[in-house]
Design a protein around this ligand. Sequence first.
Ligand code: HEM
Ligand code: FES
Length: 435
Amino acid sequence: MIDSFLYIALPYVAITICIVGSIYRIRKEPMTYSALSSQFLENNGLMWGSLPWHIGIILILLAHFLAFICPDVWQKLLSDRTVLLTVEVLGYGLSILCILGLVVLAIRRLTSSRIQAVTTVMDLIVLFLLLVQVGCGLMIAVQYRWGALWSTGTTCQYIWSLMTLRPDLAYIQDLPHVVKAHIIGAWLLILLIPFSRLLHLFSVPLAYLTRPPQNVVWANPRRAETSNEIFIREESRRHFVLAAAGILFGGFLLVVGTFDKIFQFFFGPRLSADDETRLMHEKLERLKITAEQRSLEVERRESRYIFVSALKDLSEIEGKYFIDFDMRPGIAFKGKDGLPIMISAKCTHLGCTVGNKLDDQGRILCPCHVSYFDIVTGKPNDGAPAKAPLPHLSWVLMNKTGEVLVRYTPGKQSEGNLAPDAIAGAGVYVSKEDV
Ligand code: HEM
Ligand code: FES
């Protein structure tokens, strides 16, 4: 009962109040839905508190959002150990940044008399809740490692079940208390949005991103000169900071990746003696297969002919694939005259292997980008991506005693004769001399 209230009723109530309350306040009190900046009253503490807090929390919530919106992609991404480790380490760093920021902001509110004058009880409640929320998040990350991964099958599914109006507590029922506290904390914070400064979430000045930069132009020529100098200096510093941040981030990823590899090398999982023996057996089997293939290759290179098929087994509509001496694929058909047609199976467009079944127009299809080739002329159809014809290949017909009955070389007349009684015993071969 209490679970249904905390994890089903509370989220729906919180989200409804958040939406209705925020719209109401934005419409009725449009001047109050900002963060009500206190920068004029105190600047230093604000910078050291607000900046780390916002950088940390925006990135962390972005990661939460990504995991929730596309859990499958997120899971695939994190299935790489290095990425997972990077995300976790980044999470720790960002959480600590958030906590430091929040502590500075809290000290500032509690110690500066000027800030105290504009601080409400709600401000302190929100600060406290945020501190607890981020603290719980960090505890989850540290105590129940790889939360970025296991959350895709638990908390993310729970949120989806809420969003699709089919709430299912089974996803979170067995999770540790700290995770449950983290979830409840999130709903409470969402509930408080319309009643606190958190409403400024909806007044993010996105228009500033596209607004052209503004340079203050002074009428006084001396001030204009210094203001221009300052502007240029500020711009250069901004570019420098951006470039340095990019390089640092890249370097950081590199260091994490390298350390992960070193860590795996020294402390990664070791194979048991049994597993090692099994692995060696597998390697041995693979070596045997490779050795067999090599000896076949040698045999093939040493022989003068490669057997393709018995002539009687060739078909007029379904060709037989073979490999020639140079390991190029070919297809053998039986022609209308009863003699073989042997044609290259390597598409003249981008080299895919062409299909071996004739269509009703006597053509074979390269499925990669749809080129049809006539097997008698070798030519592709009009408008096909392939422009050159498939070359025909030479062949010989031999009887069982190895006597050459007919020999064919492309572009020439076939030599020899095939007596009707020899057809049954004739074999089709690729001849080395013809390669
Ligand atoms: C106001 C909203 C929220 C805030 C400010 C917040 C903040 C945080 C922080 C700071 C962390 C630590 C990140 C890390 O060190 O990796 C964290 C982790 C986590 N949060 Fe939240 N969170 C919020 C909402 C939620 C919600 C609604 C859920 C799920 C229902 C959730 C689930 C988790 C989980 C599973 C982790 C562990 C991630 C890991 O181990 O890397 N959070 N959260
Ligand atoms: S590779 Fe055959 S059509 Fe492109």
